[in-house]
Design a protein around this ligand. Structure first.
Ligand code: ADP
Ligand code: MG
Length: 270
């Protein structure tokens, strides 16, 4: 079973990219499960066609004796969708929610017959809970999404620090940087060098395309909404790369000054 986690700054495109990856995997005939680990709870929206109505935490709060049917929802192309959920805003800790939710997923053994499991994790928060998918061995192949914007690189570098810590004592590896374009200056070159400095590579550079927003407004992945579009081809290519990726590494994160200098080198005209 492929156990993949996608990390990155909030709003960078994790859920969109993960849902398109799941859709592409399912088209290849794989049995796929996507697990949303963001208290925002919208990871699987494009697969379900609506916001998940019952997160694992909702179910746990309401009932002790729960079954896998309570937490697994079936989406596009029979993809299994799970949302960890989160506490009410202002009360409780989001990370704790992920811990409880993933424990339930493990307890109910819902992932045993999957070919690929994808964890979509909010990663720009310094909270132990967000490290659970990699700390507890749920995911082994980690990908970080970033654009050329400094703050997204900053978050990506921090995530690399976390991955390094767990990689040194286990099987967790960084599989690459997924570039998700914000059309910044020399963005692809910057991301290529950023990735190389982290001892990894830019596995795919996803263009910014309004078809993504069109599909989002229809509550669909691009794979479903515009199956023949160039953007859908990019997501399929990414799925292939992820499936056959042989370059799994232990990252070498940078210090902040180095990161700033890199962003300045590519991201300014004079
Ligand atoms: P995250 O899960 O990281 O918080 P989302 O996947 O929800 O981020 O994406 C944030 C917004 O960016 C969404 O409105 C999404 O449609 C848009 N978006 C993501 N990737 C692209 C892209 N390649 N081109 C255009 N819009 C994108
Ligand atoms: Mg998201």
């Amino acid at each position: 079973m492929k156990k993949i986690a996608i990390y990155g700054k909030g709003g960078i495109g994790k859920s969109t990219t993960t849902a398109n990856l799941s859709a592409a995997f399912s088209e290849m005939g794989l049995k796929v499960c996507q697990v949303g680990c963001d208290p925002k709870n919208d990871s699987t929206r494009l697969l379900l066609g609506h916001i998940c109505r019952k997160t694992v935490l909702d179910v746990v709060r309401d009932n002790d004796a729960i079954t896998s049917e309570d937490i697994v929802h079936t989406g596009y192309n029979q993809i299994s969708c799970i949302e960890a959920g989160g506490p009410e805003p202002g009360v409780g800790c989001a990370g704790r929610g992920i811990i409880v939710a993933l424990e339930k997923v493990r307890e109910l053994n819902v992932l045993s017959d999957m070919d690929a499991v994808l964890y979509d994790v909010l990663g720009d928060v310094v909270c132990g809970g967000f490290a659970v998918p990699i700390r507890e061995g749920y995911a082994t192949d980690i990908y970080i999404i970033s654009s050329g914007e400094l703050m997204s690189l900053y978050a990506a570098n921090n995530i690399a620090k976390g991955i390094k810590r767990f990689a040194l004592r286990g099987v967790v590896r960084l599989g690459g940087i997924i570039g998700n374009s914000r059309n910044t200056l020399n963005e692809k070159k910057l991301l290529q060098e950023f990735a190389a400095r982290l001892n990894t590579y830019l596995i795919t550079f996803i263009p910014r395309d309004s078809i993504v927003n069109e599909a989002e407004n229809k509550r669909q992945t691009v794979i479903q909404y515009a199956a023949d579009s160039d953007q859908a081809k990019v997501y399929r290519k990414l799925a292939n790369m992820v499936l056959h990726n042989a370059k799994m590494t232990v990252p070498t994160p940078m210090d902040f000054e180095e990161l700033e200098a890199l962003a300045e080198k590519y991201g300014s005209k004079n």
